[in-house]
Design a protein around this ligand. Structure first.
Ligand code: FAS
Ligand code: PHB
Length: 415
């Protein structure tokens, strides 16, 4: 079966769905091709914290009603060192900015609902997706679904298919550059229908390892503990997780912690990863297809959203004003922001986790840096402005600055 659209979007995660909805609102036609089933996509437990920029994009997409009803505005976070808590006043340190706690699962659900309500071209269980003629003026995508072969002619392809997708590998090896750091530990996450132990998130550096107390609502908690990559889920019964969380988060948090049966439990590896460029011919990468951050800084979903905001505006400018300047500048601008988020996520992970090869000196460096942050309003402001999300203007300056620096001149764009 053959059809035509303006933008073929690969992947129905937050990036692909948000891009499709922003394009629709601007009158631009697209199709979203997703490998997995709808129930699989809606069942994934992922991120939990939205930056204000992400909330604004969801508002522009017309999918923020439930978010505004159920989302929790957070004006601060807490850090803990060996169980002793102190607060970072995000709101006071960033001129009134905040973050919203609202699960990625809910964001995805809201986006799928609005697609299905308008009869959008959203294809689940699309297999063997392949991208063709990306360097020409008439790219197309082929895929299998419902036992039939499909061919989609389009103007552009948006690769929103995550780290394991087909889009990034469609960029020729001689052009694609990638940068990676794999961390020597993972996060064991647990979801439980118990009230959170605090009204804000707690990031804890403990001699046993990192722990994070987060939430999905006032009745549903999300917790994480750092574990060695060799750990098996079956070695972590709920009771052992609750005991370790109580130890690592400290006595104040433990005293308020409600234990209960896990409704989801998983171990995820941590990596920092960036692929450059984020554009090749008529293919544009967005989200995890182009970059991965360790979840410590709560940047993964928010970076995907900021890529999508830049790409949607660039495509709208092409179709409405017949201008390709923003499409030409997409990769450099997106990468400027990506690298700043990569730095913050790497720094916050290095500050709060126990590395297997860490000697006493390295531990003293962590303790000293946390002590300095606790004592210095300026140091807290640096953490706060990165955590709530850097203004887009920083990225623009970043990309312009890099272009003025010969050693970085080719970063972000094919040579
Ligand atoms: P996604 O990976 O969400 O979506 C890509 C979609 O493309 C998927 O639905 C996939 O099935 C589909 N796809 C892949 N290959 C395809 C193909 N060949 N054809 C068609 N479709 C294809 N971020 C945070 O901020 N905080 C967190 O706590 C956090 N926890 C995470 C835990 C885990 C286990 C993982 C994997 C990620 C986590 N992240 C977290 C990051 C996560 O939220 C991502 O940043 C976010 O999902 C990025 O969204 P997308 O770019 O849309 O990619
Ligand atoms: C989550 O609630 O899943 C979450 C929150 C903050 C993070 C990472 C994960 O930094």
């Amino acid at each position: 079966m053959r059809r035509r659209t303006q933008v073929a979007i690969i992947g129905a995660g937050p990036a692909g769905l948000l891009l499709s909805q922003l394009l629709h609102v601007a009158g631009i036609d697209s199709i979203v091709l997703e490998r997995r089933s709808q129930s699989y996509v809606e069942g994934r437990i992922r991120a939990g914290v939205l930056e204000q920029g992400t909330v604004e994009l969801l508002e522009r997409a017309g999918v923020a009603d439930r978010l505004h009803r159920d989302g929790l505005q957070h004006h601060g976070i807490r850090l803990a060192l060996d169980g002793e808590l102190f607060r970072i006043d995000l709101h006071g340190l960033t001129g009134g900015r905040a973050v919203t706690v609202y699960g990625q699962t809910e964001v995805t659900h809201d986006l799928i609902q609005v697609h299905q309500a308008r009869g959008a071209a959203l294809v689940f269980e699309a297999s063997d997706v392949a991208l063709h003629d990306l360097e020409g003026k008439a790219p197309f995508v082929t895929y299998q679904a419902d036992g039939e072969s499909h061919h989609v002619d389009c103007d552009y392809v948006a690769g929103c298919d995550g780290y394991h997708g087909v889009s990034r590998p469609s960029i020729p090896a001689g052009i694609l550059r990638s940068f990676e750091k794999v961390y020597p530990f993972g996060w064991l996450g647990i979801l439980a229908d118990v009230p959170p132990c605090d009204d804000e998130l707690i990031y804890s550096n403990h001699r046993n390892g990192f722990a994070l107390a987060s939430m999905r609502s006032l009745t549903r908690s999300r917790y994480y503990i750092q574990v060695p990559l060799t750990e098996k889920l079956e070695d972590w019964p709920d009771t052992r997780i609750w005991d370790e969380l109580s130890l690592r988060l400290g006595p104040e948090a433990a005293a308020r912690m409600t234990h209960g049966p896990s409704i989801e439990k998983s171990i995820a590896p941590l990596r920092s990863f960036v692929a450059e460029p984020m554009r090749h011919g008529r293919l544009f990468l967005a989200g995890d297809a182009a970059h991965i951050v360790p979840p410590t800084g709560a940047k993964g979903l928010n970076l995907a959203a900021s890529d999508v905001g830049l790409l949607a505006d660039a495509l709208i400018s092409h179709y409405r004003e017949n201008s390709d300047a923003a499409l030409e500048g997409y990769s450099a601008r997106a990468l400027a922001r990506v690298w700043m988020a990569e730095r913050f996520s790497w720094w916050f992970t290095s500050l709060t986790h126990r590395f297997p090869d860490m000697d006493d000196f390295a531990r003293h460096m962590q303790v000293a840096e946390l002590g300095y942050i606790r004592a210095s309003r300026q140091a807290q402001a640096v953490l706060a402005e990165n955590y709530v999300g850097l203004p887009l203007a920083y990225s623009a300056r970043g990309s312009e600055a890099r272009q003025g620096m010969p050693e970085f001149a080719n970063m972000g764009e094919a040579g």
